[in-house]
Structures are given as C-alpha cells and as structure tokens.
Design a protein around this ligand. Sequence first.
Ligand SMILES: Cc1cc2nc3c(=O)[nH]c(=O)nc-3n(C[C@H](O)[C@H](O)[C@H](O)COP(=O)(O)OP(=O)(O)OC[C@H]3O[C@@H](n4cnc5c(N)ncnc54)[C@H](O)[C@@H]3O)c2cc1C
Length: 382
Amino acid sequence: MSSHDVIVIGLGGMGGAAVHRLAAEGLRVLGLDRFPAVHDQGSSHGGSRIIRQAYFEGADYVPLLLRAYELWDELEAESGLEIRHRTGGLMVGPADSLAVAGSLRSAEAHGLDHELLDAAEIRRRFPTMTPADSDVALYEAAAGFVSPEQSVTANLTMARRHGAELRHGVRVDSWTADSAGVTVHADDGVHRAERLVICPGAWAPDLLARLGLPLVVERMVQFWFRPTAGPASFAEQRHPIFIWEDAGRRQAYAFPMHAESDGTVKAAFFRSGDNACTPDTIDRRVAEGEEEELRRFLSTRVPTLPGPLARAKTCMYTTTPDEHFVIGPHPRHDRVTLACGFSGHGFKFVPVVGEIVADLVARGTTRHPIAMFDPLRFGPQG
Ligand SMILES: Cc1cc2nc3c(=O)[nH]c(=O)nc-3n(C[C@H](O)[C@H](O)[C@H](O)COP(=O)(O)OP(=O)(O)OC[C@H]3O[C@@H](n4cnc5c(N)ncnc54)[C@H](O)[C@@H]3O)c2cc1C
C-alpha cells in the first residue's frame, strides 16, 4: 500500500498547478523538485508572462485560454496574491503577419473582442510606438500578463492547504511503472504511489529519455531596459504588452513597467534559431553585446524603450517540432501522465494544464480538447 495516490515530478509552472488541482481533488499528493521553490533555473521566472486570447498559434487554443482566464481569477481570489495584470495587448506587424492575421482568425472564429488599428491610430493611442505606414495592429483588451513567481507561489500554497506534501531540493534519478503502481528513485529515497505525473520542463529529455520525444531545449534571453522616456510613458496603467512581427516573420515582445520591474521594461525575441542547449550545458551568462540585435529591432519601432540595459537573464524553452504541447497519458504506461514540451508559450495555460492533469489522473479523461497535444503524434517511439 503506497502512502500517496500520486507523485508529481517537477514543481515549476505546470507541476505547481498539477499538485494544486490534484490535492483539491482529495488525492494524497507527493510533489518533488530538485530546486528550491520558485527558482530561476528552469522556464518559469523573470517577473512576467504574456497572456492573451486571440491566439495566433491556433484558434483551437482559445477554449483552453477562456478556461485558463477563469482559473487565473480563481487562483488570485483563493490565494490572495496579485497574479494577473490587465494591460491590454497589441499584436503589431504587416497585415499578413502571423501576429496580426493569426490573432484575427482566432478572434473572429471565437467572437473575441478586438480592434484593428492602422499605423496612424497606433501612433495616436500608443505614443511610444512608431510603426511604419504599412504596419497594422490587433488590439485585445483582455490581453495582459501574469507573474510566474506569484503563480507558482499561489499554486504551491494552495496545494499545501489541500494537504499535499511538497519536497524541494530532491532530485529524481529514475522512475518505473508496472501493474501494481509506480516507483520513483530520488536522492532522498524510494517513493511508491498509484500514479505518476511528470512535468519536468527542460529536463524532459532526461526523465523521458526512453520515449524519444523530439524535444529541443532552447536558450532564450530576457532583457530589462531602462527606457529613455519618462517612466509614466511605459506604466502598466497606460501601456499594453505587445508582440511585434517584422517582414521576415521575426517577433519581439515587451511588457510595461510595473511595481516589481524596478523602473525597467522587459523585452525579448519570441523565437531565435541556433540556440539548442541542455539544462546542464546552457551558458547562463549573458555576454556583453548580446542585446544588440534586439536593440536594433526595437530602436526603429519603440525608440525610447531600449535605453541602458539594467539586467539580462537566460530561460529555457522545450520545443516540439509543431510547437504544440505534449499532454496526455504516457504511451506505454497508463499510470503515468505527461505535461511537457510547452514550446515557449505555455505559461498562460498553467491553471488549465493543472485541471487537465487532475482530470486525467482522477478520471482517466478530460472534457478539454487535448488531441493536438497527443504524445504519440510524432510517430513510433523508442
Ligand atoms: C524567456 C521566456 C519567456 C516566456 N514567455 C512566455 C509568455 O510570455 N507567455 C507564455 O504563455 N509562456 C511563456 N514562456 C513559456 C512558459 O514560461 C513555459 O512554457 C512554462 O514556464 C513551462 O513550465 P514547466 O512547468 O514546464 O517548466 P518549469 O517551470 O521549468 O518546471 C520544471 C520543474 O521540474 C523540475 N525538475 C526537472 N527535473 C527534475 C528531476 N529530475 N527531479 C526533480 N525535479 C525536477 C525543475 O527543477 C523545475 O522546477 C516563456 C518562457 C521563457 C523561457
């Protein structure tokens, strides 16, 4: 007889939500993470994560986002922490860019509130921005950002309130599953349970090596600039988050200033090639001059944003070939549930991923549409 119903490996963004929802189901939960709570060694740190509903990555995500928004509000209310910032969001670029056209497709397919702005209207309403005459934007009032640190803290706190046992500083070396249950070998001993949930972020290639998922871990850098315009012009009360796409389909994004950003504006490229790494080999230093490319991109579009660099920090994406997530039962072990491969856009889904995982563990099924996250879609494995 195991003392726990379910073990969760990884207590970052996704695992935090999973232990919360599983414990709220009344299950006896053991959560394990190799690092202290709310650390900066994985994918869930840096003060801000964009949330939006008019999703250019695909209209099929919209129902999940609508549910995630409800659950973000619930998490804020029950934890008493401020997690969500309502700033509005601008997707800017040529009319046929993915950012604009893709967001518009999702907004129209699901009847989401949005406005289309031409370049003159963008300049008038958002004076920090200097779009080319050929740029347009989709404005979504429901867009904004969440704090990843507050989110993880809130979920871990709620999980404990519901009776979960969470152990930090415990590294899992391996796991096995058979008809009797699951066994987890960790550096604090051997743990048994009925079921296992694996949400290890960038460590998925280690813990799921035999599954051979085609995951690429990518080194990304977040930069914090001190704008040269007065702080009021980038304040979250008046400045939206934005994602700006150029004619070559390159996207950069930024957040307004907020109480925790210490007079800085965070900006980054959304994707950049040639940056494969592993969590063990990633170069966490940011070299002088690494921000030059981003500075060039921003200087013609939001000229007062890229002032002096205050700081920079690496983070990791765990990317699948189609950039859709991996969520579902382990193809060979029905006692094991996977949630990984969030491909650099998972955070806004954190609470609904927790709900899906709890559905799968407690009931073996979920009402949410997760077919596009099928771990088997990449073909035969290992
Ligand atoms: C720079 C950057 C910007 C981003 N911006 C956005 C955004 O604006 N909007 C958005 O929606 N998403 C964004 N994302 C993506 C989003 O943050 C990630 O999809 C999400 O944080 C992934 O959460 P996770 O739980 O999978 O990983 P993590 O939060 O890294 O959690 C994994 C956990 O597993 C633990 N672990 C791993 N292996 C073991 C082991 N063997 N034993 C014990 N513990 C283990 C790790 O210690 C870690 O705590 C961004 C990501 C980055 C890097």
